[in-house]
Design a protein around this ligand. Structure first.
Ligand SMILES: NC(=O)c1ccc[n+]([C@@H]2O[C@H](COP(=O)([O-])OP(=O)(O)OC[C@H]3O[C@@H](n4cnc5c(N)ncnc54)[C@H](OP(=O)(O)O)[C@@H]3O)[C@@H](O)[C@H]2O)c1
Length: 260
């Protein structure tokens, strides 16, 4: 029988002090899992762990700090006995505008956090636990990685590469470790505030399911992919966007244009 019960499993979730990462930690904890939540600040990580409650631990670790990442993996095993689930969720977007207007510093930060960090953390977790015992890795990509948008080209390129990397790692770590990704649409978080805050109603109208996403929508999908209910799923990218990629739903609700 397949189940979404995560009792006895331990998950590390990077970038979990708020937003999608915190919601993923809450969903995994609700399914019975132990959770280790990372953030760049110990204070924020502790606050998020306290919000989850139960078997939750906050750890300060910049996503690309290899020493901090290694300490975090070791700490998770020391405290909970295993690392069965890794959620590579920390993400950043310092680069707004056409790709040819960007500089190397913004390129480097984008690709370091969004692409290198998932490789680094997956390597460490595989070496410490997953390689021998098996488990699941979930990468937070974006629907931006599946298409083209003005001003978000560099960020979207990093997410397209993460979707590719998800498949590559699914093959390299098979058959013991499943590697999947989620591709959220616009979700109500701080990172995406510029995409929804000033025109939420317009976005709601344009979305088939009539609302932007909440972090919990993505957290639930991550918990599913982490669980045995997804035990025959690997290399996939699950789009969770309320239908945003289908096109402008408002045009369909209004019916055909008169005279056309
Ligand atoms: N919201 C959306 O519409 C949307 C859509 C598609 C994909 N995504 C992806 O979802 C993921 C989570 O973003 P979010 O929307 O939930 O944003 P958010 O609410 O702003 O949360 C971002 C989280 O990442 C942490 N973080 C940022 N930079 C970090 C770094 N260098 N090292 C470690 N932690 C870091 C932040 O913690 P501290 O600031 O405390 O360090 C925070 O916990 C990202 O990968 C993002 O690209 C979001």
């Amino acid at each position: 029988m397949t189940t979404m019960d995560l009792t006895g499993r331990t998950a590390i979730i990077t970038g979990a002090s708020r937003g999608i990462g915190l919601a993923a930690a809450q969903a995994i904890a609700a399914a019975g899992g132990n959770v280790v939540l990372t953030s760049r600040s110990q204070e924020s990580a502790d606050a998020a762990a306290a919000e989850v409650g139960g078997a939750a631990l906050g750890v300060a670790a910049h996503a690309v700090d290899a020493d901090a990442a290694r300490r975090c993996v070791d700490l998770a095993i020391e405290k909970f006995g295993s690392v069965d689930i890794l959620v590579n969720n920390a993400g950043t977007n310092p680069a707004y505008g056409p790709v040819i207007s960007q500089d190397y510093a913004r390129f480097q930060k984008t690709f370091d956090v969004n692409l290198w960090a998932p490789i680094l953390w997956t390597a460490l977790a595989t070496e410490a636990w997953l390689g021998e015992h098996g488990g699941a890795v979930i990468n937070t990509a974006s629907i931006g990685g599946l298409g083209f948008e003005a001003n978000l080209g560099l960020y979207n390129a990093s997410k397209a590469a993460l979707i590719h990397l998800t498949k590559q790692m699914a093959l390299e770590l098979s058959p013991r470790v499943r590697v999947n990704a989620v591709a959220p649409g616009v979700v109500r978080t701080r990172l995406a505030a510029a995409l929804w805050q000033e025109h939420e109603q317009l976005l709601n109208d344009a979305t088939a399911l009539n609302r932007i996403g909440e972090p919990e929508d993505i957290g639930a999908a991550i918990a599913f992919l982490a669980s045995d209910a997804a035990s025959w799923v690997t290399g996939e990218t699950m789009v969770i966007d309320g239908g945003q990629r289908l096109g402008d739903a408002a045009l369909f609700r209004k019916g055909p244009v008169a005279g056309a």
